[in-house]
Design a binder for this molecule. Structure first.
Ligand SMILES: Cc1cc2nc3c(=O)[nH]c(=O)nc-3n(C[C@H](O)[C@H](O)[C@H](O)COP(=O)(O)OP(=O)(O)OC[C@H]3O[C@@H](n4cnc5c(N)ncnc54)[C@H](O)[C@@H]3O)c2cc1C
Length: 228
């Protein structure tokens, strides 16, 4: 399994100042922060490091928007007692924000983009890089499994083709499947030729990896981005 988040690569990155355009509130604890794009060039799946100007506290966020968009977006969930995830929610249009990146190698293989089946497995805001991939490559053959606690946390579900997304809600029956993504995986064995991408918390990623490997998916076809 390739764990992408451990590498910042060799990219020589500078800190740039962008401007907040808007904060789109999705739930009580999750929001999309839209910024000016500036000269940012990135590949769907990469992440940026952002923070308030002159603050030493910067955090990594996967890019939610597509390179084709005229703006730059990240999807953020407020972490209880978290320093940065809560404070960015209060940013106002026009406020400057420091952006560094893009970083990371959590990307689709360009040569097999339209041939392969892709399985995307996300927990919580781990859906963010998949949103960027899906909106960037409309022909992509994918199935997105989104693990959430409650059905209401299925962020902007209507943006995906309905037959390509399965929301697994573990604490209420308001998703498409009542249970964890790992339960869904056990009940729905994956075709071994599928390219699998996992993103979110490390517990989910490790468990999902073991299940996929036991189902015969070669480890070189499994890629992961660990958030925490
Ligand atoms: C490559 C990468 C990409 C990331 N992309 C995203 C993204 O797109 N959206 C997003 O919301 N977060 C993302 N994160 C997590 C993000 O960088 C921060 O860790 C998170 O926002 C918490 O920052 P904080 O300053 O509020 O909390 P801190 O003051 O840093 O404290 C956070 C504590 O909460 C834990 N924690 C971090 N994230 C979560 C979480 N989601 N749920 C529960 N506990 C958590 C940390 O392990 C730590 O113990 C990403 C992390 C990495 C490494």
């Amino acid at each position: 399994m390739e764990k992408a988040s451990t590498k910042r690569g060799n990219s020589l990155s500078e800190v740039r100042v962008h401007e907040v355009i808007e904060v789109r509130h999705l739930t009580d604890t999750a929001y999309v922060l839209r910024m000016t794009k500036g000269s940012m060039d990135f590949i769907p799946g990469q992440y940026i490091s952002i923070g308030k100007v002159a603050s030493i506290d910067k955090r990594d966020y996967s890019i939610y928007s597509s390179p084709n968009d005229e703006y730059l977006e990240v999807l953020i969930k407020e972490v209880a007692d978290g320093m940065v995830s809560k404070s960015l929610r209060n940013m106002k249009p026009g406020e400057p924000i420091e952006v560094e990146g893009p970083f990371g190698f959590f990307q689709l293989k360009p040569d097999t983009l339209n041939e392969r089946k892709h399985l995307f497995i996300a927990s919580g805001t781990g859906i963010s890089p998949f949103h960027s991939m899906v909106t960037s490559f409309p022909e992509l053959n994918y199935h997105l499994i989104h693990g959430v606690r409650y059905g209401a946390d299925a962020y902007e579900k209507s943006m995906y083709q309905s037959n390509r997304i399965t929301v697994c809600s573990s604490r209420d029956g308001k998703g498409d499947y009542y249970g964890r993504v790992t339960d869904w995986l056990k009940e729905n064995p994956i075709d071994q030729s599928t390219y699998c991408y996992l993103c979110g918390n490390s517990d989910m990623i490790n468990d999902a990896f073991d299940i996929l490997e036991a189902q015969g998916v070669p480890s070189e076809h499994i890629h992961a981005e660990v958030y925490f």
